[in-house]
Structures are given as C-alpha cells and as structure tokens.
Design a protein around this ligand. Structure first.
Ligand code: UN1
Length: 498
C-alpha cells in the first residue's frame, strides 16, 4: 500500500497549510487501520482568505469571454482522461467503491467537462420585440459571483465536477469544500484544475469540518451562491442560513427511490436492475433503489430470484478485481445501517438475507455490511420512509398499477424512480404520475447522464437542477437589457396607449 497523502488547501493559485495546526485523516474503508490522507482542519482565517481570493479573481474572470473560460474546463476533461486510472485507484482506496465504478465516477467528470465546455459557446439568451418603436430588447446571462460548492464523499470526482465546471464556464469563481471522508480525491481533482492553468483565485479548495468551514462559507457575506449535495438535515441548515442572508442556494438531498416491478415485466431484466440499483455503490447513492414495489402475482417468484442473486454477491475491497459489494464509507455509517436493522425488526419487517455487519476473514478489517433484503415492509415503517444509504432494499407488495404508483409517491422525497413493465400505456401513465425528478422505464434508478437535468422534487431539493443546460440556470442570473434608439423618452404602457 502506498504512503499516506498530505492534502493542503488551494487558495489564490497556491497550495497552503492551514493557519490552524490541527490535521484530520481519511481512512481506507476496506482496511480501517490504513490512513489514506491527512488534511487540514481549516479555520475561519482560511475561509476568509479563500473567499477574498475568489472575490478578487471574480472581478477579471467574469470578463474573460465564455468560450475562453470553457477552454480551461475542456482541458480539465483532457487531463482527467490522462489521470483516469491513477484517480480510480485513489477513489477505491479512499471512498471504497469498486474500480469499475470509480472509473465511472471519473468518466462522469470527463463527460461534464466536455458538455460544460460546449456551453461556453452557447449561454443563450433571448431577443424579443419591444412594445415601443425604435427600441430593442434582449436578455443576457450574467455570472453570480463567488460560489461555495459543498460536496459529498459518494461521488468524489463527479459531483464536484457537476458543480465546478458549469459554474466556471458561466464566469463564477469557486471554493470547493469536499467531504471529510474524501480529501485526497478532492486534492487530486484540484491539482488537475490547477494544471489546466485557471488564473489565481478562480478555483479554490478548502478542507475541513462541515460544521466549521462549510458553515462559515455559507454564512460569509461575500459568498453569493451555495451549491450543496448531502444529507437532508444539513441541507435544511444550509437553506436556513441562505434564506436569512439572501444567497442563491441549490440543495440536492436525500432520496427514497423505488423500482416498481409489474406482473407483465421481464423479470430477469427487472432483477438485473434491482441488484444494480439497490446494491451498486453499496447503496450509497442518493439515486439508489431502496424500495422494490412488487406486484403480488410475481412477488414470490421475484423475491426468490432476488434472494439467489443477493446470496452470491461478493464483498471485498473496491480495488480487488472480483469485488461486487464494497465497504461502507465509515464506522458511523456502518452503525447507522445496523441500527436500521433493529428498527426494521421492531416494526415487524422480515430480514430475508443479510442484516448484519460482515466480519468473515479480511472483511473484519473494514466497514462491511451484508447486502440485505427486508420483506413485509409497509408504507408507514421507518425503513420505508427514511434514507438508509447502505446495501438495504425493502420489498413492498401491491395488487394494482394504481397502488404501485401511490406507494411509490408516498414519500417525502422525489429524486429517482423506475418501473418495469411491457405495457406501453402503463409506462406512459407512470411517466406522468410518478412524483420524482427522474423516472426510468425498464431501467434501474441509478445511472443519470450529465447532459440531462439531475435533481428531485419534494424534500429532495429546492427546485434547482444540476447537470445539463439546467445547470446554466443555476449558475447565472438573467439580465434584461432595453436599448432605446428613438432619441426621445418613451414611456412603456403609457405612450403607446390612447
Ligand atoms: C448521487 O448519488 O449523489 O445517477 C449521484 C446516478 C449517478 C449520480 C449519482 N450518475 O446514479
């Protein structure tokens, strides 16, 4: 194993130690005694320095032509391709996910680079007639300013890229505050941004504790926008502060995503989808399938098929070639998933398989939880309502299509959703009636592509979307411009009326 990596902050185009002396560490979730990286517990002084650097840089960056800004982002994409393998190894060590998935995480960043770079030559506004003669009307997009990007550990490359790349193309400057569990991934990513040659202060990185550095950034008067992906509890606090301080805030929070399997579905296909959706990334995606809504005519058969496949899933370190289910991110999360097993039992659910920490052989060296199927789950149970963020799927039985949709919608969240059916009428009714930001027909709940909007309804978000051209709406303001070339005062709504 390689030596531990020392992370530093990146401010004003230079790497810095924190003004504070405390350091923290990230660990390999598959081998908890291994320290992957140490990182600074940044202070308020560091926050102030980073915000000031981003504020100064904004003054000139906003005037760099958007196609030129986009070329830096394009270069980040090319550098990510060059460093893909080395970064994938690091993701697997620090975050835990299997190498194939780690490569996918980086690929999502690469896709986002090239898509966002293309936006540099669009950033379209509108022209429209004026109601007055000899007057011209148009809208242009303007950047917002200093953006604080607060990102989670589960997609340590893709999610920072989703936020940083469109923000930069739009002319904003950024401060990335990555999750405490994946500081090395964030540092390597910002090394790549640095190599792309952005002017000093345009891209900044601040490590530290969410309650300290994250909070100070969100509260800072010179931060103009906060983009946050993480838990609903933290998202509420971020939203409250931004409400009070009148900042634009984009929140991407929890999910309780469901896959419906109707009696006419291709069951093998639905099974592949369920296994990947529920247990891919060890269930640690906000898009993960945490409920399977099964029509009663196929429930017994499908449950047996699911059980068979689940039993065979191989647990192990992400960097071992045959691993299918990797470790859980940290001890706290492992504990949380375990606690949900007690809750499930108390509420009368039946644990069909899994339900416990895996300690066989080398697995005891890490944070492993066996892939788990909960049966007899009813809509009011906490395991049907709360996000668990682990390899746990709840089975719920329904007797009609209408019930299936009603149960899918019976949640405070609304990120992703899926239905397996061969009935085109049901598929279209589902597209209309499911309350979610993303609906898959005959595909699992995970696997969003970067050129389409990503985000959820209800308590998953606050009305914004990431990725696609929707991200441009997030990171720009509209400016409406009227040009009066009549040479005289023209009063709208008055001079053109009798
Ligand atoms: C997340 O879980 O926070 O759609 C993001 C997907 C991935 C992104 C997930 N492309 O599952």
């Amino acid at each position: 194993m390689t030596n531990s990596f020392t992370c530093r902050n990146f401010i004003d185009g230079k790497w810095w130690d924190s003004t504070g002396k405390t350091t923290l560490e990230s660990r390999n979730p598959a081998y908890k005694s291994e320290i992957v990286a140490t990182f600074p517990r940044s202070t308020i002084a560091d926050v102030n320095q980073a915000v000031e650097s981003a504020r100064q840089a904004y003054k000139t960056w906003r005037k760099v032509p958007a196609p030129a800004r986009a070329e830096y982002v394009f270069l980040v994409g090319e550098l990510l391709i060059q460093h893909k393998e080395e970064l994938a190894q690091l993701i697997s060590r620090e975050m835990g996910k299997p190498l194939t998935e780690a490569r996918g995480d980086i690929q999502e960043g690469i896709d986002c680079a090239f898509y966002s770079a293309g936006e540099g030559r669009r950033l379209f506004g509108q022209t429209t007639p004026s109601e007055m003669p000899n007057k011209f009307a148009m809208t242009v997009r303007t950047p917002i300013g200093v953006c604080a990007l607060i990102t989670p550990w589960n997609f340590p490359i893709a999610i920072p890229c989703w936020k940083a790349m469109p923000a930069l193309v739009c002319g904003n400057t950024i401060i990335l505050k990555p999750a405490e569990d994946t500081p090395a991934c964030a540092t390597k990513l910002i090394e790549i941004f640095a190599a792309a040659g952005f002017p000093p202060g345009v891209v900044n990185l601040l490590h530290g504790v969410g309650e300290e550095v994250g909070k100070a950034l969100v509260e800072h008067a010179d931060v103009n926008l906060v983009s946050f992906t993480g838990s609903s509890a933290t998202g509420s606090q971020v939203g409250e502060i931004c409400g009070r301080t009148h900042k634009r805030v984009c929140l991407e929070m929890g999910g309780k995503n469901a896959q419906i399997v109707m009696e006419d579905a291709d069951l093998e296909l639905a099974l592949d989808g369920a296994i990947w959706g529920a247990f891919g990334t060890t269930g640690q995606r906000c898009t993960a399938t945490s409920r399977l809504i099964l029509h009663r005519d196929i429930k017994a058969q499908f449950t047996a098929m699911l059980w068979e496949r689940t039993k065979k899933l191989r647990l192990g370190a992400g960097y071992d070639a045959d691993t299918e289910i990797a470790a859980i991110i940290n001890e706290r999360q492992l504990q949380r998933v375990s606690e949900y097993m007690d809750i499930a039992r108390e509420e009368g659910a039946n644990i069909l398989i899994g339900g416990e920490v895996a300690v066989e052989g080398a697995l005891k060296e890490g944070y492993f939880f066996k892939p788990t199927i909960l049966d007899n789950v009813t809509p009011q149970m906490r395991v049907a309502r709360e996000e668990i963020f682990g390899p746990v799927v709840a089975l719920m039985e329904v007797s009609s299509f209408e019930d299936a949709i009603a149960i899918l919608n019976d949640t405070n969240y609304g990120l992703s959703s899926s239905i397996y059916t061969r009935d085109i009428n049901r598929a279209f009714a589902a597209m209309r009636d499911i309350e979610a930001g993303i609906t898959y027909i005959n595909g699992p709940t995970i696997g969003a592509e970067v050129h389409l909007p990503f985000g959820g309804v209800k308590q998953t978000g606050n009305g914004h979307r990431e990725a696609g051209s929707a991200a441009i709406d997030t990171f720009t303001e509209w400016k409406t411009v009227y040009v009066d070339f009549s040479g005289s005062l023209q009063r709208a709504q008055i001079d053109n009326r009798d």
